[in-house]
Write a new protein. Structure first.
Length: 363
C-alpha cells in the first residue's frame, strides 16, 4: 500500500512540475525566430515590392511570364533554353531563391559577417540567380550596407536567360519603379572562362552589344589570375578607398569560384575567411583571394543546402509572406516548450488516473 501511495505521489509531483514548467514558458515573451526581426522584415518587404515591380514590368512591356515555370509570377524565372543560356540549371532551385524570405536570411548572413551600416560589400554575381542578386541587394539596403556589384550576364537554365529580360532589364525596371537603384561596377559575359563559353554566337553578340551600350567596364580576360586581379581592382575602385567588409558570391562563375576542386566543399551561406582553402594563384578565384585577404565570404550556390541551413522553404507555392513583407508565423521556442510541458502533464495525470482505476477494480 505504501509503495502505491509513493508512486501516486511521484506521478502527482511530476504532473504539477510539468504544469508549472509549461506555464512559465507560456508567459515568457516569445523569442524572435530567425529572419523575423525588424531588419529582416524590411529586407523581405523590399524584395516583395521588387517582385511586384518586376511582375508589372513584364506584364506591361517585357517578355510574358510563363505561369507553368514561374508559378508564383515573380518575374525572376527565365526559360529553359535560349541563345544566352550557359549551362544546365534546376528550376526548383531558381524558384526557391525567388522568395522574399531569402532577403531576410541574407540579413542574418551579413550579421554573421559583421557587416553593417556604412560598410561596403563586394558582390560577384551570375545572371543564373537573379533572385539571389535581388535578395542580396534588399538585405544590404535593410542593413545600410553599400553593395558593389559585378554581374556576368550569361545565365544557366531558368535564370535571367531570356534575351529580352536579362539582369540589365530587371535592374532598369527596379530603378524606374523607384524600388532599387544599384548600378553594377562592371559586367562580363560569364560562361566558360568568363568569355561566353556555352553561349550561341548570336547570344554572345547580343550580350556584347548590351554591355557596350551601358558604358560600364567590360571584363573579357580569359586568364584566371588576371581576371581575378581586374575584378578586385574594380571592387576597390568602386569602394572609393574604403575597406571591403564581406564578399558575396552568387552562382558558380569561373572568375569568382576559381578552378580548384576544394571550392566545392565551401558551405552555402556564411564562411569565415580562415575556413576557406586558398589554392595557388593559377587556380584561385575571387572567393579565395578575398579569403586570403581576411575578408569573410557569403557563398550562394548550393540552394538546397542553403535552404536547409537557414530554414528556408524549398520551392514554395505560394510564396510565404509575399503580401505582408515576407514575415511568416512561426512557433517560438517558449511556446513549443510550453506545449510539450502541457502534453507531458496530461500524460502523467493520465497514468495517475489509470493507476487509481487499477486499484479500484483490481489488477
Amino acid at each position: 500500500m505504501k509503495s502505491r501511495r509513493t508512486r501516486a505521489g511521484v506521478l502527482v509531483g511530476l504532473g504539477l512540475w510539468s504544469l508549472a514548467f509549461g506555464a512559465f514558458f507560456y508567459f515568457l515573451p516569445p523569442l524572435p525566430a530567425p529572419g523575423t526581426d525588424e531588419e529582416a522584415r524590411r529586407a523581405a518587404a523590399l524584395m516583395a515590392r521588387a517582385i511586384a515591380a518586376l511582375r508589372e514590368c513584364r506584364e506591361s512591356s517585357g517578355p510574358p511570364i510563363d505561369p507553368l515555370s514561374d508559378i508564383n509570377r515573380t518575374g525572376l524565372i527565365g526559360r529553359e533554353d535560349t541563345s544566352i543560356t550557359t549551362s544546365p540549371g534546376r528550376l526548383e532551385a531558381k524558384r526557391t531563391t525567388a522568395n522574399p524570405l531569402v532577403a531576410g536570411a541574407l540579413v542574418r548572413m551579413f550579421r554573421e559577417a559583421g557587416a553593417g551600416r556604412g560598410d561596403v560589400a563586394a558582390v560577384g554575381a551570375s545572371g543564373s540567380f537573379p533572385g539571389l542578386i535581388l535578395a542580396t541587394l534588399c538585405a544590404a539596403a535593410a542593413r545600410g550596407i553599400e553593395p558593389r556589384l559585378i554581374v556576368s550576364l550569361g545565365a544557366s537554365r531558368w535564370g535571367a536567360n531570356d534575351p529580352g529580360w536579362t539582369w540589365l532589364e530587371m535592374s532598369d525596371c527596379l530603378r524606374r519603379a523607384g524600388v532599387l537603384d544599384v548600378e553594377s561596377a562592371a559586367l562580363s559575359l560569364g560562361g566558360g572562362r568568363d568569355g561566353g563559353g556555352g553561349l550561341s554566337e548570336s547570344g554572345r553578340v547580343l550580350l556584347e552589344k548590351k554591355i557596350e551600350e551601358t558604358g560600364l567596364p567590360f571584363i573579357q580576360e580569359p586568364d584566371l589570375p588576371k581576371n581575378v586581379a581586374e575584378r578586385i581592382a574594380l571592387f576597390e575602385q568602386s569602394a572609393g578607398g574604403r575597406p571591403i567588409r564581406v564578399f558575396v558570391n552568387i552562382g558558380g562563375s569561373f572568375a569568382d569560384m576559381g578552378t580548384d576542386g576544394e571550392v566545392l566543399k565551401l558551405r552555402p551561406g556564411f564562411n569565415r575567411a580562415e575556413e576557406i582553402f586558398v589554392p595557388p594563384p593559377d587556380r584561385r578565384g575571387v572567393v579565395q583571394e578575398m579569403a586570403r585577404r581576411g575578408i569573410p565570404v557569403i557563398h550562394l550556390l548550393f540552394v538546397q543546402g542553403l535552404a536547409e541551413r537557414y530554414g528556408l522553404p524549398w520551392d514554395p507555392v505560394p510564396l510565404p509572406g509575399a503580401e505582408d513583407g515576407g514575415s511568416r508565423p512561426a512557433l517560438s521556442p517558449p511556446a513549443g516548450i510550453a506545449l510539450l510541458s502541457l502534453y507531458l502533464a496530461g500524460v502523467v495525470f493520465g497514468l495517475f488516473r489509470i493507476a487509481r482505476l487499477s486499484r479500484r477494480f483490481g489488477d
